[in-house]
Design a protein around this ligand. Sequence first.
Ligand SMILES: [Zn+2]
Length: 172
Amino acid sequence: MEIEVIRSHRRRRTISARFADGIMYIYAPVGISDEKLAEVTRNFKRRFERQKLKKELKIKENLNEVVRRLNEKYFGGKLKIESTKYAVNQHKRFGSCNHRKGTIRISYRLAKMPQWVRDYVIVHEMAHIIQPNHSKSFWDIVSRYKLAERARGYLMAKGFEPEAESDIEEVQ
Ligand SMILES: [Zn+2]
């Protein structure tokens, strides 16, 4: 990402940024220290990259279609899933499920991993709609997906948290 810093005498404290045509313009006061400027630039960059990623993921594929296929194959098409989306703030958690609302979120990092790994995570979260826990009954359902064990190893090697209770959201 190209960065252009524009220093202005009129600015005293405020720093702002604008992104246009692949260039990030940063407007800063003249007196700002290099350290502060570097920090602010990093933050703006992160924010813009996150926005960009969000857009790309939206365009890339329709996760609802993937879920429809997996629902047919592993759950006889019976699960009621409200929505499935990538989450751009899930770095360590591979997915999450709100079993009451029927909503599934999966880490944006999975978009760049092999499809069989991503599908495992979706099947895992879908199984939580039936079993909102990590009991034996839960794993029995997950094991319908043949590559489950391999996928778990893969995810752990990539630094994802092995599922504790952390991927089950309890909302009211
Ligand atoms: Zn889980």
